[in-house]
Design a protein around this ligand. Structure first.
Ligand code: SF4
Ligand code: SF4
Length: 323
């Protein structure tokens, strides 16, 4: 089976029913309790970008991200459902807080191929009930055959909650992952400096963060790769741009989200009628970013991640490493 081109697209959808203190959707594009889209043009752009993704003449695997909660948005779900029905789409991964699955999946079913739906479900302590969260995750996996990962974010003082999530996920037969939590208040300048680790509160309080993650049932190799991406990707071989690209809110395409932030080597905009995606033939090239490759959709393209098996498998997820 040939490998699909992996695409991570972050849309401007921003309605969310939670109020996490560490939410990284802040500033001009903050998540909202009231509004799904900042203006109608954002919604139109989203619809067009999804149509572009779903009409590629090659196979694609998509993480369809947003700034809010995708299951709170009818438009978002309609487009996600349409995408799952396209022949060239291997899977569609949504990143969700899980709170609306019980209500929305049955409505989505007639309009989607839910067997192609992958759900990255993050438990937000204090925002929802754990039993309810796990029941919804199991419902998606068992009733609809979705590929489900239960995710927990590691912050200082959060280890007891993560153990409870881990145990509940295991009891329910669900995959479980631990990610490092980021500090949304960390100045963006931190990502340009050697103080980059200030953006990860757990690193400040726990020198051996790899062991801490492993002890909680997370993946040590994944955490090591995260630290490499965060602190020292420059000069390391990376395949982003070869069989993986990032599309931003406006439709701009870069090899990865870090290059998008740095405004380096833009491939063009998918909303441009003349745009053609020109993927790089060479598999590996050195990364030019000094630091700050902090999204796993991106840093799992580093050879230090691929060669230890963190990416390269056929699992329908840009985040699950099958550890
Ligand atoms: S569920 Fe996600 S989008 Fe919503 S407030 Fe929490 S972190 Fe932000
Ligand atoms: S290491 Fe990260 S920042 Fe560098 S090219 Fe790869 S994905 Fe982009």
């Amino acid at each position: 089976m040939s490998k699909p081109v992996k695409i991570w697209y972050v849309a401007g959808q921003r309605l969310c029913n939670f109020d996490c203190t560490y939410c990284v959707s802040v500033g001009d594009w903050a998540k909202s309790r009231r509004y799904d889209w900042r203006d109608p043009a954002d919604k139109d752009r989203f619809v067009s970008i999804v149509e572009w993704i779903g009409s590629r003449p090659f196979e694609v695997a998509v993480r369809l991200g947003s700034l809010g909660e995708p299951f709170a948005s009818q438009t978002f779900l309609a487009q996600a459902g349409w995408l799952t029905r396209q022949r060239s789409v291997r899977y569609v991964e949504l990143v969700s807080n899980g709170s609306l699955l019980m209500r929305r999946l049955p409505k989505m079913e007639p309009l989607a191929n839910l067997g192609k739906l992958s759900l990255w479900l993050t438990y937000h302590d204090g925002q929802t009930n754990l039993d309810k969260f796990i029941a919804a995750a199991a419902f998606a996996q068992e009733e609809y055959g979705c590929f489900v990962v239960v995710n927990a974010l590691l912050f200082p003082g959060g280890t007891d909650a993560i153990r409870r999530v881990r145990d509940a996920a295991r009891d329910a037969g669900l995959r479980f992952n631990v990610d490092l939590g980021y500090d949304p208040t960390a100045p963006s300048v931190a990502f340009e400096s050697d103080g980059i680790t200030a953006a990860v509160p757990m690193i400040r309080s726990e020198p051996d963060v790899v062991s801490a993650v492993e002890e909680l049932g997370g993946d040590a190799a994944l955490t090591r790769a995260a630290l490499v991406g965060l602190t020292s990707p420059q000069g390391r071989a990376c395949r982003a741009g070869h069989d993986y690209v990032f599309i931003d809110i406006h439709g701009q395409v870069h090899r990865c989200s870090r290059y998008a932030v740095l405004e380096r080597d833009c491939y063009g905009n998918v909303l441009d009628p003349d745009f053609e995606l020109d993927l790089r033939p060479q598999e590996w090239v050195p990364c030019a970013a000094a630091r700050g490759c902090c999204n796993k959709e991106d840093f799992l393209n580093l050879d230090v991640a691929v060669t230890v098996g963190l990416r390269g498998g056929q699992v329908p997820s840009l985040g699950w490493t099958d550890a």
